[in-house]
Design a binder for this molecule. Sequence first.
Ligand code: IPD
Ligand code: CA
Ligand code: CA
Length: 264
Amino acid sequence: MLHSALINVMVKAARRAGRSLKRDLGEIENLQVSLKGPANFVTMADRRAEEMLYSDLSKARPGYGFIGEEGGSRVGDDKTHTWIVDPLDGTTNFLHGIPQFAISIGLQRESTIIAGVIYNPANEELYIAERGKGAFLNDQRLRVAGRRKLDECVIACGLPHIGRGDLELSRVEMSEIQNRVAGLRRFGAASLDMAFVAAGRLDGYWERDLQPWDLAAGQILVREAGGIVSGIEGDDEPLKSSNVICGNEFVHAELVKILKPLAK
Ligand code: IPD
Ligand code: CA
Ligand code: CA
């Protein structure tokens, strides 16, 4: 299938960094048995992937700004365009050899995300979205699931862990949702959680305390697949509020109704 030159640039960069992460994943199995574990190795893998992405994206579009999780912000001459990149989303999964992780690349123009690519090199699933042109998984057009009853829905969430986020609030949120749905999941890679919503595999997803690189590509995928994405207030922008609720319009509204009052 034919995509724009812009998407081709993003896909090429994601695939090259993906090959590097996949090789590194193979190494991790050997390091798992050592006492120190693969933590340092993963940090290197993560940085290497980001450098590849920066090099490829900035070569193809000189002047664009770049915000990456590992290298911070790099300002470009073109103040209207910024790449927002997570070179390895799902680090804990990667560290444990669990094949649920991804490279996530979003492109922001002014304050709007106009393109997103999410690539899981472990199973070669490639998600693509461009503003006004739809969302795709390996060239198959995506559409969010159509379920309207929460008790038939499978919903994913993020879980804060020791030293991070509000553990108590997350337990309250989880139990409120758990009481009302067919299944609750925690997969561990925010970008793929949103990609799964876009693909109709998940009916909805929410998480707090995320960063722009967790959200940028995922939010355009869900929107281009016909879904609604907001922060937990229901009408706020995830990139600004750092939290997210998404799903079809019914599921999104139900989740907002349940989750919004809990934080007060
Ligand atoms: C994390 C993952 C995870 C989410 C965390 C993120 P990282 O990103 O997306 O699913 O729960 O909050 O920070 O650290 O693996 O890039
Ligand atoms: Ca991340
Ligand atoms: Ca990361």
